[in-house]
Design a protein around this ligand. Structure first.
Ligand SMILES: C[S@@+](CC[C@H](N)C(=O)[O-])C[C@H]1O[C@@H](n2cnc3c(N)ncnc32)[C@H](O)[C@@H]1O
Length: 288
């Protein structure tokens, strides 16, 4: 789909023709998404918007993107706002994605945190933008491999995402053969339970370390206390620079003095308060 100038129809040669889609429609949807989530859609994303939102237009029995935009504009509380957000977020994830972060967790992050927990301290890890749970469960597996009796201490992982559908998937903890494939066999046999051919359930040992919730990173964060590690990987990449700067500043404020921020392979910190502590890993400047 190529988006034509405002309010003129999209070229039918590049449109599947089912629904009219104009540049003004694209702009309105992109603006709504940005205001709701901080996600910035460049004009080149018109095809993506068309294919994902056409399904919503069809499902609602509407006949055009214009009618869809009218519906959203006329009722800011309409449940379609959440459905649009779910449709437009990219939830791609996998277990042990960017494995060097989990190696770093084992070698560098966890040893002092385990000592802190054993000494009665509070340890908190956060997967911010957790998608369907692969990331926080990978963190929990890494933690349990290093600290099998973690659950007896005050050490917990918070997992949040803006999209309630993926949070629900994460909470259910049900995965298929393809999902669990990247988990090393020995680790998988300890923490993933085969429920039926092709269906795996995360073990209670993992879920008892985790709590899940819907949270929009652009809004207030209700959690109290600081985090010893924040994983926010492949999330900020969808935000524009001012939004990334604001987000990373807020993360820096939420890190313990020796806390670490882990970000995605194509992201980088834009703020001076955070300095490199490894490949796409940051710590507070002037701290250990
Ligand atoms: C590509 S996934 C990354 C998942 C995981 N962190 C990883 O690296 O595999 C990006 C996630 O960020 C979430 N997201 C996007 N904007 C968000 C926001 N404003 N607040 C919270 N989560 C957001 C999306 O819903 C999506 O699940």
């Amino acid at each position: 789909v190529s988006v034509s100038s405002a309010r003129s129809p999209v070229d039918p040669a590049t449109n599947d023709g089912e629904f009219p889609f104009t540049a003004a429609d694209f702009r309105e949807i992109a603006d709504l998404l940005y205001a709701a989530s901080g996600i910035h859609l460049a004009d080149a994303k018109a095809t993506l918007v068309y294919s994902r939102i056409a399904k919503r237009v069809r499902k609602l029995g509407l006949d055009s993107f214009r009618a869809y935009c009218d519906l959203l504009r006329s009722d800011p509380a309409h449940p379609e706002h959440a459905a649009m957000l779910s449709a437009l977020t990219t939830n791609v994830t996998r277990f042990f994605r960017e494995p060097h972060h989990f190696e770093h967790m084992t070698a560098e992050l966890l040893p002092p945190l385990i000592a802190k927990a054993r000494a009665g301290g509070r340890v908190r890890l956060w997967s911010a933008g957790c998608s369907a749970g692969h990331e926080p469960y990978s963190m929990a597996m890494t933690l349990l491999e290093a600290f099998p009796d973690a659950a007896r201490f005050d050490i917990r992982i918070l997992a949040t995402d803006i999209d309630p559908l993926v949070v629900e998937h994460a909470r259910r903890g049900l995965y298929n053969d393809g999902d669990v494939e990247p988990i090393a066999t020995g680790v998988r046999s300890k923490y993933m339970i085969r429920r039926a051919p092709g269906s795996w359930q995360v073990a209670p040992a993992l879920t008892e370390l985790l709590s899940f919730g819907s949270l929009n990173l652009m809004e207030d964060w209700p959690m109290r206390g600081k985090f010893d590690a924040i994983f926010c990987r492949n999330v900020a990449i969808y935000f524009d620079e001012p939004t990334q700067t604001r987000l990373f500043t807020r993360f820096a404020e939420r890190l313990t003095p020796d806390g670490r921020l882990y970000i995605g392979h194509s992201e980088r910190s834009l703020i001076p308060q955070l300095i490199s502590a490894g490949l796409t890993i940051y710590r507070l400047k002037g701290m250990p």
